[in-house]
Design a protein around this ligand. Structure first.
Ligand code: C6P
Length: 413
């Protein structure tokens, strides 16, 4: 049964408001998404009935909280098709998950002469942690180039093949680019890396809530994502890792919950996932993440992905007609995730976003945590419209009308 996306807006209370006298048109979903009533209710229910610390108490509330937290882990394993729930570590988000692997795996396993490969389209969160650990270990960081003056050619996989002739230990790359909308061939990249003896980390921040993710089919070693970009709360994220790898990794942070025994002389760790969850975890938001996964799957992730890509294609076509526009990422008719990032000569993205806000249209302007990519493309910033399941073709019309108004003001159209 196909889903009627036109009514989904009603599930998201925050969308029922006016901004600048106009109904809110929220097109900043790559930054963070809104939460459906089902998620808000699940969090409220936890605080109203079950609030307690987990894994520590033997009283009823603590046991209910523990059950809820561990059920969220089971649900997450199912959501990404991990082979067991112990492969799911809860973190505060994508950034924390990448840093955990950088400091828990890479710091112990890299040495001078080793190479980490990431890409020129990487978000800072999947670049800076590798820069830090390469500095710490003497390893070298290399980048798969992007092709084309607007990066429309995606990743240069021939150049990747060349890089793999070096002593590559890890390939860390984004599944979907938050600035370009490029959908990278994750399984192909993982297969190439594996054949060269390298591990893989896939940044799923922009893919996890937008398509079916199967970490076993992708055959990656690590997959990381944030709840807040997929209808779940802020402050909860996931590190998926193969069990044997996680169990061989050092803890990133020490404290309660992650130890098996502690003596004055030293301590021993629990296996994963507890080893990586020192201190009181974010129980309420893990329960919110569980509710978000149920909600997204009740709509259907493949349908959500198709819907967003259709909206992005509509926006791409309408914006392409505007004078002086430069649209980044995949060209006309090429596969594109649900976002469009663009720039106009002589009109700064921050002006575009400020004007659009007066029309009730929420966009993002800036470098989108992709400074090196912006520099390579010769742009200070872009304006980005990013879609989610509650957006509609009418939202694309509002976007285009607002952009036309801005261009008139600046005398461009
Ligand atoms: N991108 C954007 O507006 P955190 O902040 O840890 O939840 O996610 C970081 C992150 C990592 N990888 C990718 C591909 C991302 O898009 C993001 C977050 C936001 O594009 C904020 S800069």
């Amino acid at each position: 049964m196909s889903c009627d996306f036109s009514n989904l807006r009603l599930d998201f209370p925050v969308l029922d408001q006016h901004v600048g006298g106009h109904p809110l048109v929220y097109l900043d979903n790559a930054a963070t998404t809104h939460k459906p009533r089902a998620v808000i209710d699940a969090i409220a229910r936890f605080y109203e009935r079950d609030n307690s610390n987990v894994h520590r108490g033997l009283h009823a509330l603590s046991m209910r909280a523990t059950d809820g937290y561990e059920a969220a882990r089971e649900r997450t394993a199912k959501f990404i098709n991990a082979s067991e729930s112990a492969e799911v570590v809860f973190t505060s988000g994508t950034t924390a998950s990448v840093n955990l692997v950088a400091q828990g795996w890479a710091r112990d396993n890299l040495q001078p002469g080793d190479v980490v490969v990431c890409t020129e389209m990487e978000h800072h969160s999947n670049m800076v942690p590798w820069q830090i650990v390469c500095q710490q270990t003497g390893a070298t960081l290399r980048y798969i180039p992007v092709l084309g003056e607007n990066a429309e050619g995606g990743l240069d996989l021939a150049a990747f093949d060349e890089l793999l002739k070096e002593k590559v230990k890890l390939v860390a790359f984004t599944h979907i680019s938050n600035t370009l909308g490029t959908i990278n061939p994750a399984a192909e990249i993982c297969a190439k890396a594996k054949a060269a003896g390298a591990l893989t980390l896939v940044d799923g921040a922009q893919s996890a809530g937008h398509e079916n993710v199967d970490v076993q089919a992708m055959d990656c070693d690590f997959y990381v994502f944030s709840g807040h970009k997929m209808a779940a709360p802020t402050g909860i994220g996931v590190l998926y890792g193969r069990k044997a790898l996680l169990d061989a990794m050092s803890p990133w942070q020490g404290g309660g919950g992650m130890i098996s025994t502690v003596a004055y002389e030293g301590s021993q760790w629990k296996p994963s996932p507890e080893r990586f969850e020192a201190g009181t975890p974010n129980v309420a938001d893990a329960i919110g993440l569980h509710a978000a996964m149920d909600y997204l799957d009740s709509v259907g992730r493949p349908a959500i992905g198709r819907h967003e890509s259709e909206l992005a294609a509509l926006a791409y076509d309408a914006l392409s007609d505007l004078p002086g526009i430069r649209i980044l990422g995949p060209g006309e008719g090429q596969p594109r995730a649900g976002l469009v990032s663009f720039a106009f000569e002589g009109v700064h993205a921050h002006d575009v976003v400020t004007f659009a806000d007066q029309d009730g249209v929420a966009l993002r302007g800036g470098h989108h945590c992709n400074q090196p990519l912006m520099r390579k493309l010769g742009l200070p910033s872009t304006t980005r419209a990013s879609f989610y399941l509650y957006n509609t073709p009418a939202d694309v019309d509002a976007l285009v009308a607002s952009i036309r108004r801005i261009l008139k003001f600046f005398g461009v159209e």
